[in-house]
Design a binder for this molecule. Sequence first.
Ligand code: SF4
Ligand code: SF4
Length: 352
Amino acid sequence: MKRVDERDIIFSRASYQKGSKQYEDYYRRNPEKKEIDDALREAPYPYGEGTATYHPINSSIAEGTFRFLGDIKKYSEGEVNSRKVEVNSEEITNKVKGLAKYYGANLVGITKLKEDFYYSHRGRHPENYGEPITEHHSYGIVFAVEMDKEMINRAPLIGEGIEVTKGYVNTAVIGMILSYFIRELGYEARNHMDGNYLLVAPLVAEEAGLGEIGRNGLLITNEYGSRVRLGVVTTNMELIPDEKENLGIKEFCKICSNCATTCPGKAIPQGPQEDVEGTMRWKINAESCFSVWKRVGTDCGVCLSACPFSQGIEAELLKDIKNQTENRLKILEKYKEEHGLRPFNHTPHEWI
Ligand code: SF4
Ligand code: SF4
């Protein structure tokens, strides 16, 4: 698989200001993206004035939270204690997982990292734009935090966006605690959090057996569907990795296209997976998706709520869905009976 260049992701591209070094460099190398990116850049940013859901108070909750995340991301790396504590891999693996859960993670997995999980170059921030990513840790501890179903079902309204920012904070804090703990033991560790990932978190999560990347391009877990935020801590401390699992979620996506049908930007493909730079997957149209975010003023999230896994599936029906077509059809039928195309919670929230 070809490594993703962080300079190409839509959030990086949206941040290149006209006249800046990043802008000049990026569009000299990618002139075909200039027109569409310039048009996207001109529209107000999500949570900004001029977007459909803008509210001077509620939008400031999300904006303030992102500012906080921006302020703490510098703590993702830190000094390693010179006094090294000898640890037993099995015992420390249990402790790391236990600590993540104690701080609020719902799912935790560990995997050996492959080089292609890492971005090839940094791209989100002017201070390190274009830096190649060459230092790789051996293990990824990946954790998922559930996001509240009723808030996510408010998508694409502001309640969904506020819940997502809360998920980023929760995963950032868990990652900080784990990485500070591991460095205290005398081993290298780095937290990968919002605005400061060096790797593609869903790839790490899939490899660690937390779920599978679905048609909507997100990690789908059996337990919470796409209603999760992911955090990763990487380290060189020896840990016991989990097994990647075939949960049958991709098989399910082949007969379900709720996310594609309900996506307001038509950004999710209806058809089969395609070969994208050597990997078979569904390719999301990031420009179409981001243009919805810019119009609506939140991160949309309709594809999170439209996924049957996000609404909960009975354990009995989930059993062996990779082989049981009948169970897959029953899940879809039940979802349609209960939610139609998708659930939409538009009742006013008690305080937002
Ligand atoms: S966030 Fe909204 S626009 Fe983007 S892919 Fe999901 S449903 Fe489509
Ligand atoms: S809505 Fe259906 S097709 Fe889309 S990710 Fe969920 S299960 Fe897969």
